[in-house]
Design a protein around this ligand. Structure first.
Ligand SMILES: [Ca+2]
Length: 494
């Protein structure tokens, strides 16, 4: 049965992606080429261009505008270069010196020759990682037996998790606090139009449902897995998310499944994590963001690109004490090549990539690594996922009228809940657990959080052998260090 579900869900997302990607540049997906660039042209040295963009520039019509990320030695250098090349600025990522701009292929080539330009990156299409629990992680045991530095039960309280996804309905019953407020303390929608001259800007959606676009439903499910409150469904099922005390900052990437929308969301977190609801709103009401949850990426893996805006942004976030969590992808594999989601391969401590574990619907810790979970390349530890978390047959908040939710197996309560699978569902478990660990030790660094999770993982036996060579203990190309153990990780991080 589990083999039937995932392809259906993936097909739904694939349609969404293609429909949205078509006007831009077709559906070319990233490869694993080495960096090209530094080419001498006349007496000018051209800045290197991302391999994916390089292929796009070969096939794009000369009259078809495209959107790129111009990286400068600093913001002013990037701005000057964009002006000189005649590109139109859409938005800027100030701290990493990047200008997002649109122009014709010849203008993109021209910007490469401008002084102070270090890299030019394309606006690559991305897809949400799709496919489907909580006892297995010992998250419930941590909540009932442990307390945080604040003296309250370990449920993620005092921490906001930024979920970058298709959006959320803050009024969904799974996200309601006992006092009638929502777990969602900030609900943003990124409005980006990569092929126009409009800006790529966050709009505050208040309590509106931001998860209505095609492909919607994914974000609703992911937000619920992070921080769903205690509910009892009409069939008597009692459930909650990984961190039922954590707050949620939802950043909807909207209808545009391109990397700039997601990068703009990470950039917003970089600029607002200390006070996501504004300086005037107390942390007790709107806690600082300490972790971002990212269940998306290109299909089929690809090479790690240290020059990408995504990687620069997540490294700045680590410096500010914010952990980044990535779905490792749903491309399976056999270890002969890396199928892992590229930014999750960042060796910077505090960036965590998540494989999917199947607890056989029993809560056992001796389950299996999901068939669909992306494998790294055997022998190359840099490509291995970091940790496993439950990602198969996961029941969470849904809306049956949304495409992703309608692919689930078992709609409950009129479609308010459904069961789906994927590393997209494993990832928010880890994001919620990171919130629990920061509650246990608010002064922990992202590196300490990652080390605590990995060094205490439960070594379930399914799949590839565990190997040495990683500072946080033995690891494997299919399931990383093993299954997350919240009780043990909380003890390690204190
Ligand atoms: Ca890592």
């Amino acid at each position: 049965m589990r083999n039937l579900k995932r392809p259906v869900a993936v097909a739904a997302a694939g349609l969404t992606l293609l429909a949205l990607a078509a006007p831009a540049s077709g559906s070319v997906l990233p490869g694993g080429d080495a960096l090209s660039g530094g080419v001498l042209s006349g007496d000018r040295v051209l800045a290197p261009v991302q391999p994916w963009l390089s292929r796009q520039l070969d096939v794009l019509d000369a009259a078809t505008p495209t959107t790129v990320l111009v990286h400068g030695t600093d913001l002013e250098a990037a701005r000057s270069a964009v002006r000189a090349a005649g590109l139109t600025t859409n938005t800027t990522f100030d701290r990493i010196g990047v200008v997002v701009a649109t122009g014709l292929p010849a203008q993109v080539q021209l910007v490469r020759s401008q002084p102070g330009v270090t890299y030019v990156e394309g606006n690559q299409p991305i897809a949400f990682s799709l496919a489907t629990s909580n006892k297995a992680t010992r998250g419930d045991e941590a909540r009932s037996t442990l307390t945080g530095a604040d003296g309250t039960s370990l449920d993620g309280k005092g921490v906001s998790v930024a979920v970058i996804d298709s959006g959320v309905d803050p009024t969904h019953p799974f996200l309601q606090n006992a006092d009638g407020t929502s777990a969602v303390v900030k609900n943003l929608k990124m409005v980006c139009e990569p092929l126009t001259e409009s800006t790529c800007a966050p709009v505050d959606a208040g309590s509106a449902d931001t998860d209505l676009v095609s492909g919607g439903g994914h974000g609703m499910h992911v937000n619920g897995i992070v921080a769903g409150r205690d509910v009892t469904l009409s069939d008597g099922t009692k459930m909650h998310g990984a961190a039922p005390g954590a707050s949620l900052v939802s950043i909807s990437t909207g209808a545009v499944l391109f990397i700039i929308g997601a990068d703009a969301a990470l950039n917003w977190v970089l600029e607002h994590h200390d006070a996501p609801c504004g300086a005037g709103v107390p942390a007790a009401q709107c806690p600082p963001i300490k972790v971002t949850s990212n269940s998306y990426g290109p299909s089929g893996g690809g090479a790690f690109d240290p020059n990408s805006a995504t990687v620069k942004l997540q490294r700045e976030l680590v410096k500010d004490g914010v952990v980044t969590v990535w779905a490792n992808g749903n491309d399976g594999g056999d270890g002969s090549q890396s199928m892992s989601n590229p930014p999750g391969m960042d060796p910077t401590p505090g960036i965590i990539s998540v494989a999917s574990f199947f607890d056989q619907n029993t809560g056992t810790r001796d389950g299996t690594v999901s068939d669909f979970s992306s494998r790294g390349k055997k022998g190359d530890l840099s490509t291995y996922p970091d940790i496993s978390a439950p990602g198969e047959d996961i029941t969470s908040s849904c809306r049956v009228y949304l495409p992703v939710c309608s692919t689930g197996l078992d709609p409950k309560d009129g479609g308010d809940y459904n069961t789906i699978s994927g590393t997209s569902m494993a990832t928010p478990h880890i994001s919620g657990i990171v919130a629990q660990l920061f509650q246990a030790n608010p002064s922990a660094t992202p590196a300490q959080i990652e080390a605590a999770i990995e060094s205490t993982a439960y070594k379930y036996a399914d799949g590839a052998a565990y190997e040495g060579g990683d500072p946080n203990g033995t690891t494997s190309y299919d399931k990383g260090h093993g299954l997350v153990d919240v009780v043990a990780a909380a003890a390690a991080v204190k």
